[in-house]
Design a protein around this ligand. Sequence first.
Ligand code: GTP
Length: 520
Amino acid sequence: MDQPRRFAFTLKRLILLLALVSTLIILLSSYLAIFQVERKLLIDSSLRASQSYAARLSLTADLFFNAAQKQLVFSAGLLGEEFDNLYAIAEEADRLQIQSKRYSSVLVVDKSGVVRAASRNSANMTGLRLVSDANTQALTTQNPVISSPFRTAQNNHIIAMSVPIRNTRGKYLGYLVAEITLQQGGIIDSLINARNYRKDAYIYVIDNEGDVLYRAADGWTESTPQGNVNKALLEGRDQGFLHMKNLQGEDSLAGFSTMEISGWTVLVLHPARADVVLLYQVMLQVLIYTLPFVILVFIVIWLLARYISRPLRQLASKADTMDSQDVSAEIQQINAWYYEASKLKSVMLQGIRLLHQRIEKLSTQAHTDPMTGLLNRRGLYEQVDKLLGEESQIGVVTLDIDHFKVINDTFGHDVGDAVITQLSRLILGNSRDDDLLCRMGGEEFLLLLPGTSLTRAVQLAERLRRQVAGQNFEGAGNVTISLGVTHFNPAKVNIDSALKSADKALYQAKNDGRNRVVSR
Ligand SMILES: Nc1nc2c(ncn2[C@@H]2O[C@H](COP(=O)(O)OP(=O)(O)OP(=O)(O)O)[C@@H](O)[C@H]2O)c(=O)[nH]1
């Protein structure tokens, strides 16, 4: 069963992770910075727009009040001259109302608060005693007054604009008052309305105490506005902008401007969340525009991470096969294009060289006999396979020193060693490069002779025997050897049985009196 592959922190993944995390942090922080800057810009611009709209409205209202006041002052001058002529003052009141159309009614009031004359549409008020605060204010101040809104007996929501009437000697006779309706369609409504501004905006007009006189939004005007705006929010400024809650309790941004003549303040409010919604749209756009670049950056980072990590990844994969023969050549192929990788590559190559030398040394030690330098039994089996595959006939000679125990016992072990070494050199001197010569153990040797017939193997064995017998061995004098010879075809006969056969021949040579060659 396949083991599930464990996640590994490779260099490529680490570079990718690092790059991704840092890119994301940079992106997020820039995104947040853009968000903050955009938010401030949007809020600022929307506050400024509201404030300039409020300023325009209050200027328009100021121009109206100014013109209206001048008109009333002019008429009051005429009325002062003809105050006793009831017909004339009623005509003037009517003329004013018809001409201006701004006024719902025009009244001439005497100094006791009784309506002396009225425009035709309010003729029924003639003779009535007025009791409103506006009346009291006009009579007590004897100055031009713009009243706070109030409800008339006919339930009209109005403000009253009055100017004093004096005769030619300056004596106070009463006042001329024009009533201006606040209801939808009235003059204030047509001056101050939300129709030309953003749809979510509210227009408030507040008086000096902060009481809401007028409230309108897109398409509607409140007939009896209630509520109070804390004037402390305006911080004594004539115009500016502020954050506040509207009368529904929503967080709102407001621009304001105060009228000169009435002292009323126009507030233009809109809910703050509208700008936030706009901001989210802007941020979404930013995201959409930046996304392709972000993806491109990630792809570039991914390719770079691959390119940077490739030499190290390839070197790391070769670390698993450092004992293989071809690994050095494979490592040479790796493009270690930067300092650390190239350093690692050269250290690995050096390490592999040393490792292979060491392995070779160990292998040689394991396969050779240290005393004679010949192959040992393991070394023979290691190399014989090649020989067996290539040859159709192999001569086998096995040889053993005669009475070697006596040599040891007589001359000592060192002399025995020297005899073995000298014999091995002699055998080597009689063999070809292709021959496999092996010290099988003790004083026993084996010769495998590739491509050699039995006859030639016997000839070689005989030559060896004679040479040994004729040689003087240092410290031991004359030494003889016995040899067993055989021959086999590796395709047909197993090497072990061939060796056994050679051993038998050797055994027979020993039995037959030693210092001889026996073949089988
Ligand atoms: N000096 C020395 N002696 C060895 C070495 N290896 C084996 N011997 C000795 O070789 C001797 C072999 O003795 P045996 O097997 O009885 O044979 P032999 O005395 O040669 O008698 P035959 O083979 O029957 O002629 C033993 O005494 C071993 O101790 C070696 O590396 N050096």
